[in-house]
Design a protein around this ligand. Structure first.
Ligand code: ADP
Ligand code: MG
Ligand code: ZN
Length: 472
């Protein structure tokens, strides 16, 4: 029989906030040593009270807007009770009854076309700590407790591993470009719910949930393994499927049962009386909407129409900083396609030579725009523009002043240029003879000598033609 895969995802994303969700400790990434970023509140000392971080609400709403959700105007927190050593309060603060966003929709593109994945809800919650096992000891690190998360729950709408990966890739790009989360390794974790059913059937099969997956590669492998296990169970009655929680073992490529699926009742959820309901009024919502970055699909189309290549668009959308710099430089009147090349090839290349990335250096949009404009207007050539950019990165020079100082914008009139070419030709008899004997390299040498005399100023194409004509 032919079977169809049915998958629903619960994705946890660590938010890029300066502090934790209910205390003023720095976020997870601020920590160097275990238990660096810990206070009485996030380590669960008796009597401490949570204080809501406003920025978390704003980022969660922004994520909801990007995923086309309805935004709740009234949202509350609940306690999810369970005992585990990495959870000092023995409950996790999360949202059950009134999550912040509901009913969203994400179009996902695969080789089979575009499909809409429905978002059931997005809720805010705190992360748990981390256990570190070493020999016969176990240690607990509370740096991650109370780091803010959003959990994005989809409807069981995925029909292939490819759709799942396309969806996750899209979330990652959106959240990075929108400043919601850096989504670095481990900051985006998924629970993958899987079932299979005979093709054409309306009813869902028994589902299993594979917990806590963060690598896309592992997710794909786990889906392939688990769905095959389900199909074998149905087709050959190799085993009886039960609803349960499983883990994926990367080494063997298999999934293993962890525990029976817990139900809501197991967690004794109840409202958290220490946190007031949050009311999102029109004014606040409008403000968040105004600050919201353009949705990634709109941006991709805008860049495409400006002639930027798909590969460059991927790079731009995967990094919040690149997109922002590009948009600001374009807003100052530069051409988007040229600007993308200046940023992704020239600027990034100069930084890479120093072993740096764009995270290590901030060029202002004004500085970059000044260089691009000098080149585009023909005031200087591109090579000179690049030299100025290098000086900006290395010595923080003012681009216009530096250009004057170096004489890059010095104009030679045609007679002066011809004079220089003539002198180069008469001073390089050997190269001229070689050129006449058909040696292409000799031409490059002569051309290089001309550019050197001209101090890199002038249009290389024009000078090449003049030189060629003179040699003939
Ligand atoms: P629970 O509260 O038990 O976790 P939810 O209704 O919140 O259940 O669903 C959790 C996830 O499981 C959702 O992403 C949902 O889409 C997915 N899911 C539900 N039923 C199935 C199914 N039969 N097959 C695959 N995924 C499913
Ligand atoms: Mg659930
Ligand atoms: Zn704290």
């Amino acid at each position: 029989m032919k079977y169809e895969l049915v998958i629903g995802l619960e994705t946890h994303v660590e938010l890029s906030t300066e502090s934790k969700i209910f205390c003023s400790c720095g976020g997870h990434s601020a920590a160097n040593e275990p238990n660096d970023c810990v206070c009485p509140a996030c380590s669960g000392m008796p009597g401490m009270l949570p204080v809501m971080n406003k920025r978390v609400v704003e980022l969660a709403v922004t994520a909801g807007l990007m995923l086309n959700c309805e935004i709740s105007r009234y949202t509350t927190f609940d306690k999810k009770n369970y005992y585990y050593p990495d959870l000092p309060c023995a409950y996790q603060i999360t949202q059950l009854n009134h999550p912040i966003c509901t009913n969203g929709l994400v179009p996902v593109k695969t080789s089979a076309g575009t499909r809409d994945i429905r978002i059931k809800q997005i809720h805010m919650e705190e992360d748990a700590g981390k256990l570190v096992h070493s020999g016969s000891f176990s240690y607990v690190d509370f740096n991650r407790t109370s780091v803010p998360l959003i959990e994005i729950v989809t409807q069981p709408d995925f029909r292939s591993a490819e759709e799942v990966i396309a969806y996750l890739t899209k979330l990652k790009s959106m959240f990075r470009s929108g400043g919601i989360s850096e989504c670095e390794e481990g900051a985006m974790r998924c629970d993958v719910n899987i079932s299979v059913r005979p093709e054409g059937s309306e009813e869902f099969g028994v589902r299993t949930e594979i917990k806590n997956m963060s690598s896309f590669e592992a997710i794909e492998k786990a889906i392939n393994y688990e769905s095959q296990r389900h199909m074998d169970a149905l087709e050959y009655e190799t085993e009886v499927l039960v609803q349960e929680t499983r883990r994926f073992d990367d080494a063997s490529g298999k999934t293993f049962a962890m525990r029976n699926k817990e139900t809501e009742a197991d967690y004794r959820y109840f409202p958290d009386a220490n946190l007031m309901p949050i009311i999102i009024d029109d004014e606040w919502l409008e403000k968040i909407k105004a600050d919201k970055p353009v949705a990634i699909d709109d941006k991709a189309v805008e860049y495409q129409e400006a002639g930027i290549s798909d590969k460059e668009i991927d790079m731009i959308l995967s990094n919040h900083k690149i997109g922002k710099l590009l948009d600001s430089v374009v807003a100052l009147g530069c051409n988007p396609k040229d600007t993308a090349a200046w940023i992704l090839t020239d600027y990034a290349g100069i930084l890479r030579k120093d072993g740096k990335t764009m995270d290590d250096h901030n060029i202002s949009a004004e500085t970059l725009a000044a260089i691009i404009k000098m080149v585009d207007s023909g005031e200087i050539n591109r090579g000179a523009g690049k030299k100025i950019l290098i000086a900006v990165v290395e010595n923080d020079v003012d681009p216009v002043a530096y250009c004057e100082e170096q004489g890059f914008n010095k104009k030679f009139d045609e007679a002066a240029i011809e004079g220089i070419i003539d002198s180069v030709i008469s001073n390089n008899e050997k190269a001229v003879t070689e050129f006449k004997n058909g040696k292409e390299k000799a031409f490059q040498a002569l051309f290089g000598a001309c550019m050197k005399e001209l101090k890199g100023v002038g249009n290389p194409a024009v000078i090449k033609t003049l030189l060629q004509n003179k040699l003939k």
